[in-house]
Design a protein around this ligand. Structure first.
Ligand SMILES: Nc1ncnc2c1ncn2[C@@H]1O[C@H](COP(=O)(O)OP(=O)(O)O)[C@@H](O)[C@H]1O
Ligand SMILES: [Mg+2]
Length: 243
């Protein structure tokens, strides 16, 4: 069943130039849906629109059967969506715990809930528990990414949107993030993943959307894509075969 979908959305940053021109996609409950495509295709724009950070000019965002287009970001959050942007968002001079506390402000009146949420995050990333009193800037790049993802998990989202979570990570750490995503899916969280590490993202995907120049290009289940992934990506500019 579809939990989150975009229907025929058009998005512009300014003027008449549309960055997304009639894009549709849906994320099925409990699945990992990946969005891939060359640089500048509009993947990040689509993710921001799915989280309410950008308002589409046309089209709609549907969540659990309701039209939520135009709601405020904090309302998207309350409904059960969480988003991890590509850019670094940890506060380097705050401790790991302080960074997590900032992510749990929505629960701040309920200490029990905050503690449960922290336990939930630490169950995925025990390293954050170990380092909870250390300043975030002393963490490795991979650990900082775990902190960002952990912070997004505090609200126990039903749908987690991630923009290139492994982009700057060494292969070993990237692997950890992918196994975390699989574990999270096993626990029934729906995941929408934008990724340039096409092969690794494909490995864990249930369904794949390819965006090109702000439009849907190809889409299909993992099975349907098996064997033709290479063909799909071979024309992308800047695509590095070693990814
Ligand atoms: N804040 C912005 N203002 C204006 N144009 C933008 C902005 N962000 C992205 N764009 C443009 O929108 C297009 C799609 O960008 P983006 O969604 O970041 O693509 P992708 O994530 O697939 O690389 C690009 O042409 C980019 O230059
Ligand atoms: Mg992007």
């Amino acid at each position: 069943m579809s939990i989150l979908s975009a229907k025929n959305i058009v998005v512009s940053y300014y003027g008449d130039i549309s960055v997304l021109r009639d894009v549709s996609m849906e994320a099925k409950e409990g699945e990992i849906t990946i969005i891939i495509g060359p640089n500048g295709a509009g993947k990040s724009t689509l993710l921001k629109t799915l989280y309410g950070l950008l308002r589409p000019k046309k089209g709609s965002i549907i969540y659990e059967g309701k039209d939520i287009t135009g709601l405020k970001v904090h309302e998207f959050m309350k409904l059960g969506l969480a988003y991890v942007p590509q850019s670094r968002t940890v506060f380097p001079d705050l401790t790991v715990m302080e960074n997590l506390e900032l992510g749990s402000w929505i629960l701040r009146h309920d200490k029990k809930k905050v503690n449960e949420a922290l336990d939930y995050v630490f169950s995925f990333f025990p390293i954050l528990d170990e380092k909870k009193n250390d300043k975030a800037k002393t963490l490795s790049g991979g650990q900082q990414k775990m902190l960002e993802v952990g912070r997004a998990l505090l609200t126990k989202p039903k749908v987690l949107l991630l923009d290139e979570p492994t982009a700057t990570l060494a292969p070993m750490l990237a692997k950890e993030i992918y196994s975390f995503l699989v574990r999270l899916r096993d626990e029934k969280t729906t995941i929408v993943l934008v990724d340039q590490n096409v092969r690794q993202a494909f490995e864990i995907a249930n369904y794949i959307y390819v965006l090109e120049l702000g439009e849907n290009s190809t889409q299909g289940s993992k099975k349907e894509f098996e064997g033709k992934l290479k063909e799909v990506i071979k024309d992308w500019l800047n695509y590095d075969e070693s990814h």
